[in-house]
Design a protein around this ligand. Structure first.
Ligand code: MSP
Length: 652
């Protein structure tokens, strides 16, 4: 009974909020979203959890360094995470924050229960501690330099009373569980890493910390400080189900079906401490843990000091500006790139060049072009309607079904690179079929019925792909469904129905979803971020000698706007957010003039604004246009009309 009602429960790690989301944290979240959407499309009820890990001492430390009260800091950062995930089309069901009272109650209750039953006991700790990793290390693991074996930062000596979780008592049960359930940890390389870790022997874990008041106080013993942040954070997965609050009803969700994370936090935390805590509580274990590899940049780990940390929305926004692709589709293209190149077993290199190559190749040339050429020919030859008697050739129907089965299997295994490769085989097959059958020649020769049959394969293929790619590119799937004139994106089983478009079904006029990027813009488009004030900028590659026609110029809509309000963009020294009146219409733009003008100096001014520029997300703000100013040695100088003019006046 319970199992029938149970929702498919997917989790991401909860993210530390000491820095903004980047391509690493976006990877886990996008993978989770794609898995959630995949299961939903297959008719399962899904419960998708993500959130923020706010009780860590390092979060507290960063807030103090910035001179902001810690609660205010975590509130602001949690909002940045939520906003970023929504902008990346991530549809989670619950966003949990570890500073929520309901979570703190769960942490205290678990600590108390395990202490009462003897799984947590009081001792004392003498040894080395890494503040950055929030981890104690035995002296045997620490070299002469006294640096952290994981992150390399200097360790601190600690000598204090402390509570321990009796992890060692669970060593053999954990090993037995892993061996009896080989699919508990995936991919296989992570299972082997975990077995290696267990074979080194488990020590009890220190689960309280003194020296900081930020966190969940050790229950009934305030002098012992706060609960260790990992012991606290892992319990978020339980809090979110309503355990403690909903009686038995939490079992509608519990246990997790799929917990996703990076390889760094799998063997020790998610595959050892976490299941041991659940064993101690007598609760069922998660069914599957999946640990992906890491993005590296120029063969190095991403780090702020190397300046190679990329912000997802800026990468996508930059592509949108350079290519003319609408922002929601550029964001989907970014999701596609992350999943197509996703590090599974090994680490993978992230690069803007790689992203552009996938965009132009897989999306503009393959998927976009197949849809566009098929619809164009349907309009040219058949007035945009499915001709009578069109049916898919049996060979192709088999091939489509086989490919779809491969995609299903790969997505189920969280192997998105393989799944997408298999899906793209459908595109190659139809392109080959078009080349062999040449519907354009068939038309010239008067074989219109056969030409209709051939083009029908392109329609069915794009309809099928529309369903299969929705987990990866939800907005693009919607755009394809719209052009095919379908009411909705077909769900998984419906997408697999061949010959699903009836005679006479009318198709919409095609509109390119992925305009081609003309030249690489990655070298002069600053998108590296987090902490840097560089934001999405237009490419500067247009050569001065390139002449444009008057028609090109007429495509620019420049109007005079009156600045109604101006405010600095948080954490940026260069940007101002401007609220404009453009002839009765209010618009927001982000302008890089904060170093040259204060908000007071610009409010009330009239300025020219390019109003038909693709919107771009800059620092989480949707900028709907670009102000024009003179550039004098890199400084902006405002331009004004000679006398006051009505807001919205056209500049030509
Ligand atoms: N707060 C802990 C998780 C607690 S879960 C109970 C944490 N947070 S984190 O923000 O540091 O990392 C979150 C996730 O991002 C991890 O799964 C980590 O592997 C992933 N990534 C961080 N940088 C990454 C890359 N460069 N590449 C891929 N993923 C990486 O750990």
């Amino acid at each position: 009974m319970r199992d029938a009602m149970k929702r498919y429960y997917i989790t991401t790690p909860i993210y530390y909020v000491n820095s903004a989301p980047h391509i690493g944290t976006a990877l886990t979240t996008i993978v989770a979203d794609a898995c959630a959407r995949f299961h939903k499309r297959r008719g399962q009820e899904v419960y998708f959890l993500t959130g923020t890990d706010e009780n860590a001492p390092k979060v507290h430390r960063v807030a103090q360094e910035r001179g902001v009260p810690t609660q205010q800091f975590v509130d602001e950062m949690a909002e940045v995470f939520e906003r970023t995930w929504r902008a990346l089309h991530i549809e989670y069901d619950v966003f949990i924050r570890t500073t929520e009272a309901r979570h703190k109650r769960v942490v205290s209750e678990v600590f108390r229960r395990l202490r009462e039953q003897g799984d947590i006991y009081k001792g004392s700790y003498q040894g080395w501690y890494c503040i950055s990793c929030e981890t104690f290390f035995a002296s045997s693991k620490v070299g002469e330099a006294k640096t952290c074996p994981d992150c390399g930062k200097p360790l601190e000596w600690r000598d204090e009373p402390c509570y321990y979780f009796r992890l060692s008592a669970y060593e053999s049960r954990l090993k037995e569980h892993l061996l009896a359930h080989p699919s508990f940890i995936q991919p296989e390389v992570r299972l082997n890493e975990t077995l290696g870790f267990l074979n080194e022997g488990l020590q009890d874990v220190a689960v309280s910390r003194t020296g900081s008041e930020w966190g969940v106080p050790v229950p009934d013993d305030p002098d012992s400080g706060v609960v260790y942040v990992w012991f606290d954070a892992l319990l978020n997965y339980l809090t979110a189900t309503g355990w403690l609050e909903r009686g038995e009803a939490y079992l509608d969700i519990w246990p997790p079906d799929l917990q996703l994370m990076g390889k760094d936090i799998l063997p020790r935390f998610h595959a050892t401490i976490w299941p041991a805590m659940l064993m101690a509580l007598g609760l069922p274990l998660p069914k599957r843990l999946y640990g992906h590899g890491w993005w590296i940049v120029n063969k190095q780990k991403m780090s702020k000091s190397l300046g190679n940390v990329y912000a997802p929305l800026e990468v996508a926004g930059s592509l949108a500006q350079a290519s003319g692709c609408e922002l929601p589709y550029a964001i989907d293209a970014f999701r596609y790139y992350l999943l197509r190149e996703m590090p599974t077993d090994a680490d993978a290199e992230f690069s803007l060049e790689g992203f552009e190559a996938r965009y132009n190749g897989d999306l503009a040339n393959d998927l976009g072009n197949l849809l566009h050429r098929t619809l164009s020919m349907m309009h040219r030859y058949f007035e945009g309607r499915v001709p009578a008697g069109a049916r898919l050739d049996a060979g192709l129907a088999d091939l489509f079904a086989q490919q779809a089965a491969q995609v299903t299997e790969a997505f189920e295994a969280v192997d998105f690179p393989r799944g997408l490769r298999e899906a793209w085989q459908i595109i190659s097959a139809v392109n080959r079929y078009y080349d062999e059958q040449a519907p354009w020649t068939l038309m010239k020769q008067g074989h219109s019925e056969r030409a209709g049959q051939v083009l029908y394969a392109g329609l069915i293929a794009t309809r099928l792909l529309c369903g299969l790619i929705e987990p990866v590119m939800p907005q693009v799937a919607r755009a394809i469904a719209h052009q095919l004139n379908l009411d909705t994106v077909p769900c998984w089983s419906d997408a697999l129905v061949m010959n699903a478009l009836p005679t006479g079904h009318s198709l919409r006029t095609p509109k390119p979803i992925f305009p081609r990027l003309q030249a690489s813009h990655s070298t002069d488009t600053p998108v590296r971020t987090s902490g840097s004030d560089k934001t999405v900028q237009a490419t500067s590659t247009t050569a001065m000698q390139d002449m444009i026609t008057i028609d090109d110029f007429k495509r620019l809509q420049i109007r005079i706007a009156t600045v109604k309000a101006a405010e600095p963009v948080p954490k940026s020294t260069k940007l101002l957010k401007l609220t404009l009146d453009v002839g009765g219409e209010e618009r927001t733009i982000v302008a890089g003039i904060a170093e040259d003008y204060t908000p007071e100096q610009i409010v009330g001014k009239q300025i020219p604004v390019l109003v038909n520029l693709q919107p771009a997300l800059i620092r989480g703000i949707v900028s709907e246009g670009m102000m024009l100013a003179a550039d004098v040695d890199g400084k902006a100088v405002l331009l004004h009309p000679d006398r006051e003019v009505p807001s919205g006046s056209v500049v030509r």
